[in-house]
Design a protein around this ligand. Structure first.
Ligand SMILES: C[S@@+](CC[C@H](N)C(=O)[O-])C[C@H]1O[C@@H](n2cnc3c(N)ncnc32)[C@H](O)[C@@H]1O
Length: 302
């Protein structure tokens, strides 16, 4: 087959992925888009399927045999022929689906993806971008301590990046209320300046190493804050407004690492998305836990 790459769209965001891939789109199977050419740097993707191959299968046993001949671990993207696909899964080695403890590294064993296009054709990629089946990172959740579920965004992002704030580092958490992100950062051992116009959960306010600033994130002066190890934002605002804020901090040169949620309201603002993507040394990703949002990260190169 010609040179293709597969892109699995995040649930509900196939249109965004199609927009990014434009004329390269060749075929669409459920959420899986086949586009011509080598992997492209798109943001609205849950899992990228590199070098997909088409396998003609004679039987369920033959399908599992052909997949096993390529490598051990496979995740099914079940699109059609669910029963037949499930029977093939039964004949493949088990892949652990256990949720992760935050702090554990992401799985490192190569994990391929496959689907049944029709009863006799498997589409498979031995090399995918996500270490999780279909990009679905799942964690053993803490349902008592964090005051919101937003903490899962940081857990997922830090796990995928393989890097997180270190004890003693200074984090500025913009749009911190009710305090899920501040809770994660404080637990890691960082010092947190939590900024929000609204008050945080009193349990978070009472934690050591947490300083509250009840004010607008947009009024902050980088020079007054001084050097920051991590600037994080989960502020609800138009991405364009967030970009202006980020550009101010980049220009000041006082921040080592950035991690921000771009929250789209109504139509996806592809123009601002592209401006974030163009910031040198940065990347945009769609986390499994993200809704109509992207996570923009710029890490200190050293
Ligand atoms: C989705 S919530 C953040 C959740 C938080 N990250 C957590 O883990 O609990 C978005 C927050 O942005 C805050 N926000 C909106 N405009 C703001 C502004 N101008 N300055 C600071 N915070 C703002 C809202 O008050 C709201 O608490």
């Amino acid at each position: 087959m010609a040179d293709f790459t597969g892109y699995l769209a995040p649930d509900g965001f196939l249109a965004e992925l199609q927009h990014e891939l434009g004329d390269d789109v060749a075929e669409i199977h459920g959420r899986l888009v086949l586009a011509s050419g080598p992997p492209r740097d798109v943001a609205w993707v849950a899992n990228m399927w590199r070098d997909p191959i088409w396998l003609k299968i004679a039987s369920i046993g033959d399908a599992s045999k052909q997949l096993r001949a390529i490598q051990r671990n496979w995740a099914l993207y079940s699109l059609a022929h669910h029963r037949r696909a499930a029977l093939i899964v039964e004949k493949l080695p088990k892949v652990s689906a256990k949720p992760l403890n935050f702090g554990d590294p992401a799985p490192t064993a190569p994990l391929g993806s496959w689907t049944l296009l029709d009863s006799e054709t498997v589409l498979a990629s031995p090399s995918c971008s996500s270490p999780f089946p279909n990009g679905e990172a799942n964690f053993i959740e803490d349902r008592t301590e964090p005051p919101s579920r937003a903490y899962l965004k940081l857990w997922e992002a830090f796990t995928l990046l393989g890097i997180r704030p270190q004890p003693g580092e200074l984090c500025v958490d913009l749009g911190a209320c009710p305090g899920g992100w501040t809770w994660v950062l404080q637990q890691i051992g960082a010092h947190v300046i939590a900024v929000d116009k609204a008050p945080l959960d009193p349990r978070i306010v009472a934690l050591p190493r947490v300083e509250i600033r009840q004010e607008s994130a947009f009024g902050l002066d980088p020079a007054k804050i001084g050097p920051v190890d991590w600037l994080l934002s989960d502020v609800v605002c138009y991405p364009k407004r967030l970009l202006t804020l980020i550009e101010k901090f980049i220009a000041a040169g006082t921040v080592k690492n950035f991690l921000c949620t771009l929250k789209f309201q109504g139509d996806t603002d592809f123009e601002t998305q592209a401006r974030f993507a163009a910031i040198p040394g940065s990347r945009l990703m769609h986390l499994h836990v993200n809704k109509h949002e992207l996570t923009w990260v710029k890490l200190n190169p050293s």
